[in-house]
Design a protein around this ligand. Structure first.
Ligand code: ATP
Ligand code: MG
Length: 258
């Protein structure tokens, strides 16, 4: 198998006395989709920040395409970050510029394409995400699902090799969440990027996963497939599965009621 796109080697991350990651070793294989699951406050967002070099580990190494990102200086970090597409909690659109301008931003900052070329690419992307005719709106004038789609469109503009999603569907209703996942699945198939998704949307998001990583008490456990989790003998993992299944049960009941 080729070298993993991202590899954690003995990574420890602490905040004061709190150990968030405790000598974690884990691989994110190239071209595959990895879902990181785990309870609130277990360190999922911190893990993504480590991958982007926005935080440094206390010890250990984080390899991106075989290079240690935690040892890089600012210039190298900026270069390697152009390979990432990122969609964080809340989509993080710039409120003072239009949808069109938000999606065009990566091309304007990172390429020397002409106005006309940028316009064509942005319009093509807006069409792909069902946003044709909304380019002149400002983020405040969009629904939650539209904001996420704009965020996804912008993240894909530079055809990243690695996509990081932190809770891409938080706050969206189930139908729109499915739509975001469907779009994600299509674009992943088209571009073939490596992706890492942090999500509470279990088991929906498991349908997209090539592998699942459970983060609990500072440890990451890798499962080659979502089904494998169900067969774990680890009491903590069994408890995690039971809790999330409990949530699914409740949400189905809610759907029936509404
Ligand atoms: N900059 C920071 N300084 C101090 N502690 C931090 C910092 N960033 C994160 N933490 C702590 O690290 C732990 C993990 O945080 P993180 O945001 O990764 O959780 P999470 O798994 O993403 O949770 P959620 O599912 O609620 O988003 C939390 O206890 C948090 O308080
Ligand atoms: Mg988080």
């Amino acid at each position: 198998m080729s070298e993993p796109a991202i590899r954690f080697i003995d990574v420890t991350k602490k905040f004061g006395k709190q150990v968030v990651l405790d000598r974690v070793n884990v691989d994110f294989p190239t071209g595959m989709t990895t879902v990181i699951a785990g309870g609130s406050g277990q360190g999922k967002s911190v893990s993504l920040k480590l991958i982007l070099g926005l935080m440094k580990p206390d010890s250990g190494r984080i390899m991106v395409d075989g290079q240690d990102i935690s040892a890089m200086g600012r210039r190298e970090l900026n270069r390697i970050r152009t390979e990432f597409g990122v969609l964080f909690q809340g989509a993080a659109l710039l409120d003072s510029i239009t949808v069109f301008e938000n999606v065009a931003l990566p091309l304007e900052e990172r390429t020397s394409l002409s106005r006309q070329e940028i316009k064509e690419r942005v319009e093509e992307m807006l069409a792909r995400f069902d946003l044709t005719g909304h380019g002149d709106k400002y983020p405040a004038q969009l629904s939650g699902g539209m904001k996420k789609r704009v965020g996804l469109a912008r993240a894909l503009m530079l055809q990243p090799r690695i996509m990081l999603f932190d809770e891409p569907t938080t706050g969206l209703d189930p139908k729109i969440s499915m739509e975001i996942y469907r779009l994600f699945f299509e674009t992943q198939k088209k571009y073939g990027f490596t992706s890492i998704i942090v999500s509470h949307d279990i088991p929906k998001v498991f349908n997209l996963a090539d592998q699942v990583i459970l983060l609990n008490n500072g440890h990451m456990t890798t499962f080659a497939s979502p089904e494998e989790i169900q067969h774990s003998a680890d009491p903590e993992i069994i408890s995690f599965v039971e809790t999330t299944m409990g949530q699914i049960y409740v949400s189905k009941e809610m759907e029936k009621i509404s």
